[in-house]
Design a protein around this ligand. Structure first.
Ligand SMILES: NC(=O)c1ccc[n+]([C@@H]2O[C@H](COP(=O)([O-])OP(=O)(O)OC[C@H]3O[C@@H](n4cnc5c(N)ncnc54)[C@H](OP(=O)(O)O)[C@@H]3O)[C@@H](O)[C@H]2O)c1
Length: 277
């Protein structure tokens, strides 16, 4: 039996929890949850959580792991509460701490919670349906704990192991923000499609299906993305004509600047939260 207390079941915490609840049905992982919001608790009760609370329970040493899905700004008080609740519990008997909070470093987690065994994760929203990409950065876990957490996180989709706070910031710039980039591209193309006589909504739906189908082809074939890019654009054809416009506008440079700006912002947020703690 592996008992997890999930604190904060909003957008991201809820998406992770849903994937874990569905994916862990066959194994012996049990979930209790904490969220102030009654409606959110009801949703997860119907999905099979064991107990749900509006406040963090005072006894925490009966859990194997605590999963934190609250906003970073709300975390200092909560982490101090956890530290107090575990003050008389030996280090060996303390639950692991799993945090999805962006910008809250491994050091800050330990200092504020008193928990030595920690995992930082960075999921993206498609984890809700087991189709996300989630980074994990475990620290001080033994082999058994690593396996246990890995199995749990694999319910969310593709899992990428990292080994520093900085690597998480880089991953966040590319993949944490990835769903946003997808929606941004489709929105921009759908606006452009108006010049061809399509409605924005109609074009968005067709483009989304085109992205989904094209990416399924890519994932199922053992062929690199550059080959696909060439294969679908014959010389002298219209797709290549469109590529030329994007090359002339130096889209590649634009992507490089965008990703680096996102990374720098993640570093600033991390440094800012280090000062607040
Ligand atoms: N959204 C993303 O794409 C994304 C991606 C990766 C990581 N993250 C991380 O995920 C975390 C959660 O973000 P989110 O967008 O899911 O936040 P959210 O939607 O605001 O969810 C947080 C939930 O926790 C509840 N809560 C907060 N403090 C609580 C407390 N002390 N006791 C009980 N319930 C409490 C909130 O209730 P109230 O609404 O009443 O405050 C809310 O229902 C953040 O740390 C963020 O950095 C988010």
């Amino acid at each position: 039996m592996f008992k997890i207390l999930a604190i904060g079941c909003g957008n991201m915490g809820g998406a992770c929890l849903q994937a874990m609840l569905v994916g862990s049905k066959a194994d012996d992982t049990l979930f209790d949850i904490v969220d102030r919001n009654t409606e959110k608790r009801k949703i997860f009760e119907s999905l099979g959580v064991r107990n749900s609370y509006s406040k963090v329970p005072t006894q925490l040493d009966n859990y194997d792991a605590i999963l934190l899905g609250i906003k970073p700004l709300a975390s200092a008080e909560l982490l101090f509460g956890i530290k107090n609740a575990l003050a008389n519990v030996s280090e060996q008997k303390r639950p692991l701490l799993i945090s999805m909070m962006a910008g809250i470093t491994m050091d800050a987690l330990e200092q504020n919670s008193g928990i030595h065994k920690r995992v930082r994760i960075m999921p993206n929203l498609p984890v809700r349906y087991g189709r996300g990409t989630c980074a994990w950065y475990p620290l001080n876990l033994n082999a058994h704990e690593l396996k246990r957490i890995e199995v749990c996180l694999q319910t969310m989709g593709q899992l990428v192991r990292l080994d520093s706070d900085d690597a998480l910031d880089r991953f966040t710039a590319l993949i944490g923000s990835g769903p946003g980039y997808c929606y941004y591209f489709i929105d921009a193309m759908a606006h452009a499609a108006k010049t061809l006589g399509f409605e924005h909504q109609e074009a968005s739906e067709m483009l989304a299906q085109t992205f989904l189908g094209s990416l399924e082809l890519f994932q199922k074939a053992n062929t690199g993305i550059e080959t696909w890019k060439d294969r679908v654009a014959s010389k002298g054809g219209s797709t290549r004509e469109a590529y030329q416009i994007m090359d002339d506008a130096n889209l590649q440079n634009c992507f490089t600047s965008a990703l680096n700006a996102a990374y720098q912002r993640n570093v600033e947020l991390r440094k800012g939260s280090e000062n607040e703690f």
